[in-house]
Write a protein that binds this ligand. Structure first.
Ligand SMILES: [Zn+2]
Ligand SMILES: [Zn+2]
Length: 391
């Protein structure tokens, strides 16, 4: 009997060591890469950390804390979206803070879930249980953008019939870990103090369900997708105690939305807000898992006849049109092109050219290829483009 117990103990210890070794190699394979310098001829683009909560609602940090975190993490702009308040705008927080642009939007509590209202410039609200279409119309008429927040999260978006709604969040920094298993979360906790970059990256997966919802809606109308943070830097504990985790700075470096503006920002807040919001509105943007590698060099374009169009465009079909994806990276990547949400063609390389086979909603995803000794090669989502519609 003691012999059997001893063997079991040795077996358990060996299993635990293997689990640790696998976790260590996995987290190491998830570490950040530095990006090659982007082609200077590319259209101007700006990376933003969108969907941030401050102490104006249920966030743990003040606007000053958020700006400081933004300056350390390095996005070009931040979008504050406190729950049901535009007070930060009235208090004069929107603007450039030592070169970092802070825009103030709002996360509106509606009958169908949480709705981000960007670029509206004033407080908006749903009026009564049937007031959702009117709210969305009001946002649109004020030149703003309406985006369904965490559509597949704990508080999902439930009404996709609203005509004018502009888009949805594909990633949400606050929901990402919720779909992971207990063992995965336990492993994350064990390695968090030693390999935080790898741990955070490892928790972000391709948002299959949100992509499915996006494509379902995109068959009928243009839909913008963004990558969001839902950054709170606050996990409530008991009483009024809380844990300041995950930090704003961490999340600002994890997921970003890159906005292709087609024109340089001017340094004037009102003008620049309009440039960015209009570009998001037309879907001229892409989602990046920034924790792997910045993606200022990415492009997804369609050349049809004499015209070249980028994400967010709708183009009439002609024979001979070509789709072109470029995804410069310092490591191996896989580019996959989708038509109506279905994989069409893929390549292991930094560039993909393909003739447009017909009408459809085209988008592309770029995966980073990361391998470990025990698991071999894994493809990890890095970039998700907005769509180009061929009609
Ligand atoms: Zn929310
Ligand atoms: Zn939120």
């Amino acid at each position: 009997m003691p012999k059997l117990r001893k063997s079991l103990k040795i077996l358990a210890a060996a299993g635990f060591l293997l689990w640790l070794a696998d976790g260590f190699l996995l987290m190491r394979s998830e570490s950040p890469r530095s990006a090659p310098a982007p082609d200077p001829g590319l259209s101007p683009r700006y990376s933003g950390a969108i969907h941030i909560h401050s102490t104006y609602s249920d966030g743990g940090g003040t606007v000053a804390d958020i700006v400081r975190a933004g300056q350390n993490a390095g996005p070009d702009f931040l979008v504050l979206t406190d729950h049901d308040t535009m007070q930060p705008l009235l208090d004069g927080h929107q603007g450039y803070h030592d070169g970092l642009l802070l825009l103030v939007g709002e996360e509106v509590n509606t009958s169908a879930g949480h709705l981000l209202a960007l670029g509206v410039g004033r407080d908006v609200d749903q009026d009564g249980p049937l007031g959702l279409p009117a709210l969305v119309e009001e946002i649109s008429e004020s030149g703003g953008v309406s985006i369904a927040a965490h559509p597949t999260g704990r508080r999902p978006w439930t009404d996709w019939t609203v005509e004018d709604m502009d888009g949805l969040e594909l990633l949400n920094g606050n929901s990402e870990w919720r779909d992971d298993g207990v063992l995965e979360l336990l492993r994350a906790l064990v390695f968090l103090p030693f390999m935080p970059d790898g741990v955070f990256n490892s928790l972000v997966d391709r948002p299959d369900e949100a992509i499915r919802l996006w494509m379902h809606r995109a068959r009928r109308q243009p839909v913008t997708v963004i990558g969001s943070l839902d950054a709170h830097e606050r996990i409530p504990l008991w009483g009024d105690r809380h844990l300041s985790f995950p930090t704003y700075e961490r999340l600002f470096g994890l997921i970003r939305t890159y906005v292709i503006t087609g024109t340089e920002l001017t340094g004037e807040v009102g003008v620049d807000e309009e440039i960015l919001v209009n570009a998001i509105h037309r879907g001229s943007c892409y989602v990046v898992l920034e924790g792997y590698e910045p993606a200022y060099g990415f492009s997804f374009e369609l050349t049809m006849g004499p015209e070249t169009k980028s994400m967010g465009s709708s183009v009439a079909f002609q024979d001979g049109g070509r789709l072109h994806v470029t995804a410069p990276s310092s490591g191996p990547v896989r580019i996959r092109l989708y038509r109506n949400g279905v994989p069409l063609i893929e390549t292991e390389g930094h560039e993909l050219f393909v003739e447009v086979p017909g009408r459809g909603v085209y988008h592309t995803e770029v995966y980073q290829l990361r391998s470990t000794l025990l698991r071999g090669e894994r493809q990890r989502i890095w970039i998700i483009s907005n769509a180009i519609r061929v009609e």
